[in-house]
Design a protein around this ligand. Sequence first.
Ligand code: SAM
Length: 422
Amino acid sequence: MPSSFIVLRLSVCSLLLVAFCFSKTTHSFVLLQRGTIPTSISIPTATPQFEQRDKIRQGFKSSATGRPQRLHTYLEARDNASKSPVNNATAFKTIAQPKLIRGEQYKNENSTLPSPEVIAAKLGVRPSKEASKGTWQRAWKLHKRLIPLLHSTDGCKPPDSSLNLACMWWKALSGNDRSSPVYDKELSYDLLPSGWRKILRLRRFYPRLHHANVELRTAYLDGRVGEIAAQQQNGGNPKKIRLVCMGAGYDTRGVKMIERTTVDRVIELDLPEVVNAKERLFWRLLKRRPWLKEFECSMPTLVPSDFNDLLDVEQKLRALLLGDEPDGPDEKAEWHTIFVFEGVMIYLNDGVPSSLLGLTSKILRENNLEGSICFADRLENVPGGDYDAGVNELKKNGWELKDWSPKPGLARHMGYASLSLQ
Ligand SMILES: C[S@@+](CC[C@H](N)C(=O)[O-])C[C@H]1O[C@@H](n2cnc3c(N)ncnc32)[C@H](O)[C@@H]1O
């Protein structure tokens, strides 16, 4: 398909969506001006949606451990909040960060990376469209320009940090696609702003470019986390599963794994402004999906941290991981911790991605804890998709590579590893 046609479709699609959403958003805006929208948001009590929740639960397997969750930090913080976070949202903004995208750009991918078709087939995902580099760039620029508009009437006003808003929309595009392995029953859609999110009803007309690439990451990571959790829960010595999402942005994997009862606890770390915004987004999410409050496992614990400050990350991870453990050495390792890195290492200072790999393994090992790591990111010291370089990078940081599935794109290293025996 000629690239100009793809871009034309993108533009027409965007214009249609703008027109479609305009009446909705104008209406909300007028109401806001008149003060008819309530000034405080209360978390609704879950009753009418029980049927919907049960339908969702039917589709998911139940937890093997079924043990109660100890910490409900997010909900406690929410209940203690004296003001509605939604109404204290600041204006739309982009978090300023130095241009730190590490490594070569797409054009320099080397032959050790498989084609998108190969990895898509492996994951059961429809491959992205064949398009020129220019088309990919134009599609990206258009999406980037649309983002402030899409959030112009968003009460939560999440700031844009290292493309996390773009990821949020791309993930919702795939999450709404029933034919995709990452179909999430509108979970990621429920994080999006009212009115404008209806744009995704025109998903079919949206060319499969960037969101198809991100879909590979989602399919890979969801699959690996599910597999590791199942192995740990079904073995002779079942473990509780703790998912730690590093640089989680506005991703919904943590909530998805709670909804599917795949994990027992979720911790998400990101920059403070992103964490603040995600609290507001969760507030709205719980209104839209009230059955989430009924789950044994609480909503994710949100932890602000700048990963370039390794000392801060270390202190916070130690406190969080050890806080879950019962007293007494015999009861240690009740948990299996799965760290997930998705598209965050790319934005960190030189040396930090490797240090984070070493830090996570060190904290687990020093405290006799078990764990794994899943990543769809850009490892340091691995220029292309070279398997041996991947093995070495993980090994020297305390991890043993179990699967290596590189793909084209900046977050090109997909794989998982377990704590190496030393
Ligand atoms: C491309 S987004 C990916 C978000 C999410 N993992 C996903 O796939 O949807 C990159 C994320 O990394 C976070 N990030 C960038 N620099 C960071 C830092 N120094 N410390 C912590 N998080 C950071 C950003 O705030 C952003 O949420």
